[in-house]
Design a protein around this ligand. Structure first.
Ligand code: FES
Ligand SMILES: [Fe+2]
Length: 456
């Protein structure tokens, strides 16, 4: 039997050669829509976005719209935004606070826990409770909803693995962004915009593309936004990969944990909290080895970034954290959701400066964002052409023909997974291998996201 597109793609990727059309092919997008996104844990937002009873935000998983609510009792729920009667979207506001969602078509109304509260002419049209019991009707929910460090995730179909097991040891790295104090993060945003680029390109860029920084973002260094005078410093960092996620780090100058955290721009009060909360290996990664997390991607489409630009001329750097989601709209279009994230216990002046740092670098006004998008739109345009079916992109950086590897593995790296110093496309290949396993229909292969080994 002739192999299908999923088999062909999977085989090529194992060799580090990426069929170019996967970044612009509607047939591939259809496989992602049907087989990938409904069957894995997908990020929806953070609990700090809906702090009070009645708060809600609208979020999507590909083309399904969900209302993410905190109900009157404070419980978080996720409800398909589709009326049980004729299918109208019952909520049309992106965010707000309400006890009730009333459908605009015939006015069935739902409580903020998704249950059906009432419908017009219940007795006359339906014969009352006997004909249509309100208790037995509620908005459809995804199979599973779970949170980690306030990050809310849903799985449309049961992926057969808890969120915590899915995240696995990648939590070691995720904690460095999302648990800087007992109170965790608070988020602002998201800023949202659409780009004519395939969603996978952002995921791959953030998972491990340290190689683009010196060239694509050269102007950012030239204008003095960063203290590091040389963009090529990126190759002194470590690339790490661990199960469902991977990322990049910067190498910090010599010093102990406190000195290195100060170098990144954290005030002592925050450093003390991180020192108390983080595990000994987490502290060692920064304090002894001098590696500080920067960009990362958690499969499938959540990326994180941590950077420390100069916010005011002549002053020290200020760090910021951003969460970003590459939300697929089609094979050639992505909606980007970009949140500013900051430790909820951080001092107010730090929060204000950190927000400014974020706006200068990322978000719709951010300089890094502008640089990156230019490339990604161009790739997508080329990948949607018919000749793209004849090209396999060379994503073999770090691999030799004889199977050997370039770069230095770090066997004593304090974090889980594997780590290598310098440039390489190990992380992109691992991300793509995981992606390609999810193209197959249900029953064909393990798509739960467990760490199946991958390239080391
Ligand atoms: S479609 Fe919602 S009430 Fe009829
Ligand atoms: Fe970039």
């Amino acid at each position: 039997m002739r192999p299908g597109p999923a088999e062909e793609i999977s085989a090529a990727i194992a060799d580090g050669m990426i069929p170019a059309h996967v970044y612009g092919d509607p047939e591939v997008f259809e496989l992602e829509r049907r087989n990938l996104f409904p069957r894995t844990w997908v990020f929806l937002g953070h609990t700090s976005e809906i702090p009070h009873p009645g708060d809600f935000v609208l979020r999507r998983i590909v083309d399904d719209s969900f209302i993410v609510t905190r109900d009157d009792t404070g419980r978080i729920g996720v409800h398909l935004n589709m009326c049980l009667h004729r299918g109208m979207q019952v909520c049309r506001a992106e965010m707000g606070n309400t006890r009730m969602f009333r459908c605009p078509y015939h006015a069935w109304s739902y409580r903020n826990d998704g249950s059906l509260a009432g419908l017009p002419f219940h007795d006359e049209a339906y014969g009352g409770e006997e004909g249509l019991s309100r208790d037995r009707h509620r908005l459809v929910a995804p199979a599973r909803v779970e949170t980690y460090n306030g990050l809310m995730f849903a799985a449309v179909e049961d992926p057969g693995i808890s969120l915590e097991d899915f995240l696995g040891d990648f939590r070691f790295y995720l904690d460095l962004y999302t648990a800087q104090s007992e109170s965790g993060l608070e988020l602002r945003g998201p800023q949202r915009w659409r780009v004519n680029a395939n969603w996978k390109i952002g995921c791959e860029n953030f998972v491990g593309d340290m190689y683009h920084t010196p060239y694509t973002h050269r102007s950012v260094v030239d204008i003095g936004l960063f203290r590091e005078p040389k963009a090529h410093k990126r190759k002194e960092g470590v690339l790490y990969h661990c199960g469902v996620g991977g990322g990049t780090t910067y190498k910090l100058p010599p010093g102990d944990f406190t000195e290195r955290m100060r170098y990144v721009g954290y005030p002592d009060i925050m450093i003390d909290r991180m020192a108390a909360l983080w595990s000994e290996p987490q502290r060692r990664m920064v304090g002894d080895d001098g590696f500080m997390v920067s960009a990362a991607t958690l499969f499938p489409n959540l990326s994180l970034v941590h950077n420390w630009p100069i916010v005011r001329e002549g002053e020290d750097v200020v760090p910021f954290i951003s969460l970003r989601q590459w939300h697929p709209v089609s094979a050639t279009e992505t909606e980007v959701l970009s949140w500013f994230a900051v430790d909820a216990e951080a001092p107010d002046d730090f929060k204000a400066d950190s927000y400014k740092a974020y706006l200068m670098c990322f978000g719709s006004s951010g300089m890094f964002e502008q640089d990156d998008i230019e490339n990604w739109v161009s790739i997508t345009t080329a990948a949607a052409g018919s000749m793209a079916h004849r090209l396999q992109l060379n994503s073999r950086m770090g691999l030799l023909h004889d199977g050997g590897q370039v770069g230095r593995p770090l066997d004593d790296f304090p974090g889980p997974g594997f780590a290598r110093v310098g440039y390489g496309e190990f992380n992109q290949r691992n991300w793509l291998q995981m992606w390609s396993r999810h193209l197959f229909p249900p029953g064909a292969g393990d798509t739960t996201g467990r760490d199946t080994g991958g390239e080391r």
